[in-house]
Design a protein around this ligand. Structure first.
Ligand code: SF4
Ligand code: SF4
Length: 213
């Protein structure tokens, strides 16, 4: 059966009635909640911290197809997200990462752009309600956000192809790619102003550097 794809103005049965005491998808998620530069900008700005500060506690690094990227760290025996508070609610709900906002939806990137699909049976709630995707995500300036996601996906995809090609062949280049990626898009502190301009400037700089390698 082919996957049904949706766009931001579509209605989809993803609503879970404000989770009602459930925090199932905030624990035991391994290293799957990967953070993109927008997430890190949000966390740095709202928590008045740095990427190094995030790495000290709530965030860790993971390797995905040769690329090193940050993700939320699951902590303790119960493997709880470090942002889950004592009431078992998200302590950073207003600025939570994009993948947390998205759940139980997934993203698909195609030539025509970004679309969404429902991760069937991912959410344990029994009574899902219909919600407009745009409202579900609750991200300001959604068109700019989606354009950023597509651009970021393209950068990641291009890098993954390179890391595949040099894995086991050129470990020094692999290391350099990861150092540049982490430094340019994560370690370099974001200013608490419009994100998208900062990201685009870094993306251009990164691509220029890449051409030199
Ligand atoms: S599994 Fe569903 S109901 Fe439970 S916390 Fe996640 S989104 Fe909410
Ligand atoms: S950031 Fe919030 S929504 Fe995301 S996993 Fe952690 S507690 Fe859950």
């Amino acid at each position: 059966m082919s996957t049904i794809l949706f766009h931001a103005n579509d209605m989809v049965k993803a609503g879970c009635n404000d989770c009602r005491g459930c925090f199932h998808c905030c624990q035991g998620m391994g290293d799957s909640i990967v953070l993109d530069p927008y997430d890190v900008w949000q966390l740095e700005t709202n928590l008045h911290t740095t990427f190094a500060g995030l790495l000290r506690e709530k965030v860790e690094l993971r390797v995905e197809e040769g690329l090193i990227l940050p993700c939320l760290a699951m902590q303790g025996e119960a493997e709880r997200c470090g942002f889950l508070n004592e009431e078992n609610r998200c302590g950073i709900h207003v600025f939570r990462p994009g993948l947390c906002r998205l759940f139980p939806l997934g993203r698909r990137y195609e030539e025509e752009g970004l679309s969404y699909f429902l991760l069937e049976e991912a959410c344990v709630s029994q009574n899902h309600t219909k919600v407009k995707i745009k409202k579900w995500l609750g991200v300001p300036e959604l068109k700019r956000y989606e354009a950023f996601l597509v651009r970021w996906h393209g950068i990641r995809k291009g890098l993954m192809e390179r890391t595949w090609a040099c894995a086991g062949e050129d470990e020094e280049l692999l290391k350099q790619i990861n150092l540049n990626l982490l430094h340019t898009f994560y370690e370099e502190q974001y200013a608490p102003k419009d994100f998208y301009g900062q990201f685009e400037e870094r993306a251009r700089r990164f691509e220029k550097e890449k051409r030199r390698e």
